[in-house]
Ligand binder design. Structure first.
Ligand code: EPU
Length: 428
């Protein structure tokens, strides 16, 4: 099994270019199911999650062709299957994003239920209730949700909690439904807006993108379109924090500073020097030891849960005491046990982690438990004294494009090593 070997203590210097956003690419690829014809998608990141979704599209009969530099052509004119098998949905829960488009276009879908997840139960009841309100008949059979509808009809839908993929699934379904749909308490994430823009380019009539009330006037057919996937704000935030962990100075290019407002304000409060130097460039510098700040994860535009593990690394060597509260997922503190192996002083109480800054972390072997946790362990390794070995790289590769290469190009001593790491000797 491959692992990362990181020798900490080297300040970063240079420029890192941000890739297309995984969480925008997944719904946008799913939206190609809504219309016949050839789509051209640019800046599609080469990631394991994207590969799984493409594998699923191909199983459904969709033609997907990769071209150089992240350009992908997709054509679902020959859509022949309506089933998303367990094996693919199990590997990536966002596969459930094909449910809305399949029912809307074919009038039927059979999609495996995703089951639990390392970071929380993550049910999909909002997706299902929304489709039912739009007239779909749903049955759960043998671990699959089976949905049928002659033609979906517009409906008023209210989410108890704003759900990102829930909003996306229903927005796609509503675009081909008969009549008007209103989604109240909808998610406002930039990835939802990016999907909405593509749907508008396909001919859908959508209002209120980026607000909590989205109105969709359904249409009978949609047309293919071209789109560039927006830059990944979570990847950008992770590299801003890499400077917080390792020190030095970086320029983060091809990012949207506006998407990172809460993150930038929090990092500035912690003492990082951050300046937006261009419409798509941010300069970040660490001059001194960071100070402790409290963090609470929230739906966008709040501080993202997908950066909670990474900021915890910064707080683990910051001046005083920090309280980090996770409000989105109930089990997203699995990185805590691993950070403690590096010497961090963290206590979890319910939904909060109390982090007391220590002088420095010490390298050790650690195991990644989920995607963002694995990024946090890499950051911890960059800042720690000695060598950190990060195992469980399949998590990292799901959502970060060539992270080790990008970091080593800016001076980090990080390398991907094939094979099982050599075990340290036992104490005699
Ligand atoms: N929820 C329900 N019922 C539902 C849907 C959601 O109770 O039917 C709850 C969830 O359990 C959670 C909250 O609502 O407590 C919000 O979950 P949401 O549905 O927004 O999460 P998601 O759509 O499954 C997306 C991202 C996640 C990101 C979250 C929150 C994609 C493909 N995934 O997940 O990204 O953490 O929104 O921002 O867009 C990641 O990239 O590492 C990742 C986990």
């Amino acid at each position: 099994m491959a692992h990362l070997e990181i020798k900490g203590g080297r300040a970063l210097k240079g420029t890192i270019r941000i890739s297309g956003a995984k969480n925008a690419a997944l719904p946008i690829l799913s939206a190609t199911l809504l219309s016949e014809g050839r789509f051209k998608l640019r800046q599609v990141p080469e990631l394991e999650d994207v590969r799984i979704l493409i594998e699923l599209l191909r199983e459904l009969g969709v033609s997907v062709q990769y071209r150089e530099q992240g350009t992908v052509f997709v054509d679902s004119s020959k859509l022949e299957s309506f089933e998303a098998p367990y094996d693919l949905v199990r590997r990536m829960r966002a596969s459930v994003l094909v449910l809305g488009p399949l029912v809307a276009r074919l009038g039927k879908a059979r999609v495996s239920l995703p089951g639990g997840c390392a970071i929380g139960a993550r049910p999909i009841d909002f997706h299902l209730k929304g489709l039912e309100l739009m007239g779909a008949k749903l049955e759960i059979r043998e671990g699959f949700v089976e949905a049928r509808a002659n033609r979906l009809e517009g409906a008023r839908i209210y989410f108890d909690i704003p759900s990102v993929t829930g909003t996306e699934n229903l927005m796609m379904a509503a675009s081909l439904a008969k009549g008007n749909t209103v989604i109240e308490n909808a998610a406002r994430e930039p990835e939802v807006v990016a999907l909405g823009r593509l749907l508008q380019d396909m001919g859908a009539k959508i209002k209120g993108l980026g607000t909590d009330t989205i109105k969709i006037e359904g249409t009978k057919t949609l047309r293919p379109a071209t789109c560039t996937i927006i830059p990944d704000r979570i990847e950008a935030g992770t590299y801003l924090m890499a400077v917080g962990a390792a020190g030095g100075e970086l320029i983060i290019e091809n990012c949207v500073p506006e998407h990172l407002e809460a993150v930038i304000l929090k990092l500035k409060a912690a003492g990082l020097k951050i300046k937006v130097i261009d419409a798509d460039k941010i300069k970040v510098k660490r001059r001194r030891r960071l100070c402790s700040v409290d963090v609470k994860t929230q739906p966008y535009p709040g501080f993202p849960t997908d950066l909670q593990a990474q900021i915890m690394v910064l707080m683990s060597t910051a001046g005083k005491l920090s309280v980090i509260t996770e409000t989105i997922f109930e089990n997203r503190f699995m990185h805590v046990a691993e950070l403690k192996r590096l010497g961090a002083d963290i206590k979890v109480e319910g939904r909060s982690a109390i982090v007391r800054g220590v002088k420095h972390l010490n390298g050790a072997p650690v195991m990644a438990t989920d995607l963002r946790a694995s990024a946090s362990l890499v950051l911890a390794g960059l800042g720690a004294k000695g060598t950190t070995i990060v195992q469980g790289l399949h998590h990292l590769d799901r959502g970060y494009e060539r992270m080790d290469e990008k970091l080593s190009a800016v001076g980090a001593r990080i390398k991907r090593v094939n094979g099982t790491p050599v075990q340290e000797g036992k104490m005699s």
